[in-house]
Design a protein around this ligand. Structure first.
Ligand SMILES: Cc1ncc(COP(=O)(O)O)c(C=O)c1O
Length: 392
């Protein structure tokens, strides 16, 4: 294809020319471009394993239940199953997917506080006994559909500074905790403990420290009421870096503070679990797309890509996520815009990206996009399919 001439009129924004990144991602992307059509998402198994091991090392006494909603690709689930992870599922469909990978029901938590009766019946039939709840009507439903189920009460905790707020929709008030746990017991269920979620991409460790303190008070009150509890579920929220030069995210430091709080507040026989989603799979994903068209509007180059907010950039809407767009091309950078392929203006990814001039066929890639991206992509809107997922 003939290269189009450089467009005049847009102002250069930087004169720095970076050397080609022939290391890691770009070498791999070039290799994969020889074999696969774009858009595709590479999921690096080495990074999945690295994240899993980082979590295990930082929290040796916490059993991680991978929240598959972050990325439910069966090969990712299988990979984590082989590493020894347990799983958090939000529905019967997710439950079946995990069980199909050979995971034992005892390694699954049904961590959606609102469950349909049908899904509860599936949980009973498949022997997925551990689940969360946060309200009384749910308890009646669980008791009817799954007598004897083991329940954790999800409490409402501060989500200060978290990118995705979850306490707007979930969590019982802590002062109701013992009442609700007792209610569970009276209905023939087994109250096992407390769970919380500090909101996704939570860089504020105080959320966890405070939630643990509230949880410890509930444990104390429950014990005084002859209802000893055993399980603390730390939920998810563990943050990742999305941009190369992002500062202020230090998982290991956060984990050390959380762990110290766990040791201070709880006795040795308390069992800790967690439900990391983003932390396990986000850093492993590299999305590779191509420019399919370009225009000059609003004094800048607009590049139209073969993937957009309805597909693998859906996290920009649902996950409030921002990404770092990179290209294989080097050179003078200009303020540019990026848009997805559909006939909708909402499908605009950025109107202020510093990019070298790009041509039809050029590649754009985004790292750290493994979580809440393809998981919430719509199939076939305007006839565009989400990226193919390739584990490498
Ligand atoms: C109940 C529950 N557990 C775990 C997660 C995973 O959270 P994260 O990806 O922030 O680790 C979520 C995310 O929404 C959730 O709702």
């Amino acid at each position: 294809m003939a290269q189009q001439p450089l467009l005049n009129g847009n102002t250069p924004v930087s004169v720095k020319v970076k050397p080609a990144d022939i290391s890691g991602s770009e070498g791999l992307i070039r290799e994969m471009l020889k074999k696969h059509k774009t858009p595709f998402m590479l999921i690096r198994k080495g990074t999945l394993e690295k994240q899993f091991n980082r979590f295990r090392k930082a929290f040796p006494e916490v059993t991680p239940y991978y929240a598959i909603k972050a990325n439910p690709h069966p090969k990712i689930v299988k990979f984590f199953a082989e590493l020894g992870a347990s799983f958090d599922v939000a529905s019967a469909a997710e439950m079946k997917l995990v069980l199909k990978q050979g995971v034992k029901p005892s390694r699954i938590i049904f961590a959606n506080t609102i469950k349909s009766k049908e899904d509860l019946v599936t949980a009973r039939r498949r022997r997925v006994r551990l689940m969360t709840f946060d309200n009384e009507p749910e308890l009646y439903k669980i008791a009817e559909s799954y007598p004897g189920a083991h329940v954790l009460l999800r409490i409402r905790v501060a989500n200060r500074g978290s990118v995705v707020q979850l306490s707007l929709k979930f969590g019982a008030e802590p002062d109701q905790a013992v009442y609700l746990l007792r209610k569970a017991q009276n209905l023939g269920l087994a109250p096992k403990g407390v769970s919380f979620h500090v909101g996704s991409q939570s860089t504020n460790v105080e959320n966890y420290l405070q939630a643990l303190e509230i949880t410890a008070n509930i444990f104390k009150e429950a014990k005084e009421n002859d209802m000893p509890l055993q399980i603390v579920d730390l939920g998810g929220g563990f943050p990742i870096q999305h941009f190369d030069n992002e500062i202020g995210i230090n998982f290991e430091r956060m984990a050390a503070q959380i762990r110290k709080q766990m040791k201070t507040l709880f006795s040795k026989n308390v069992k800790f679990i967690a439900e990391p989603g983003r932390f396990f799979v986000g850093p492993a994903g590299v999305l590779v797309v191509q420019v399919i068209g370009r225009a000059f509007r609003d004094n800048k180059n607009f590049y139209y890509l073969n993937d957009g907010v309805y597909q693998d950039f859906s996290g920009m809407v649902f996950d409030h996520c921002k990404y770092e767009f990179k290209t294989l091309r080097r050179g003078q950078k200009y303020m540019s815009a990026l848009a997805g392929p559909t006939c909708d203006s909402l499908d605009t990814l950025s109107t202020n990206e510093e990019l070298p001039e790009l041509f039809v066929g050029d590649v754009i890639y985004v790292k750290n996009i493994g979580a809440y991206s393809c998981a919430s992509a719509v199939a076939n809107f305007n006839g565009f399919e989400p990226a193919k997922i390739i584990l490498v």
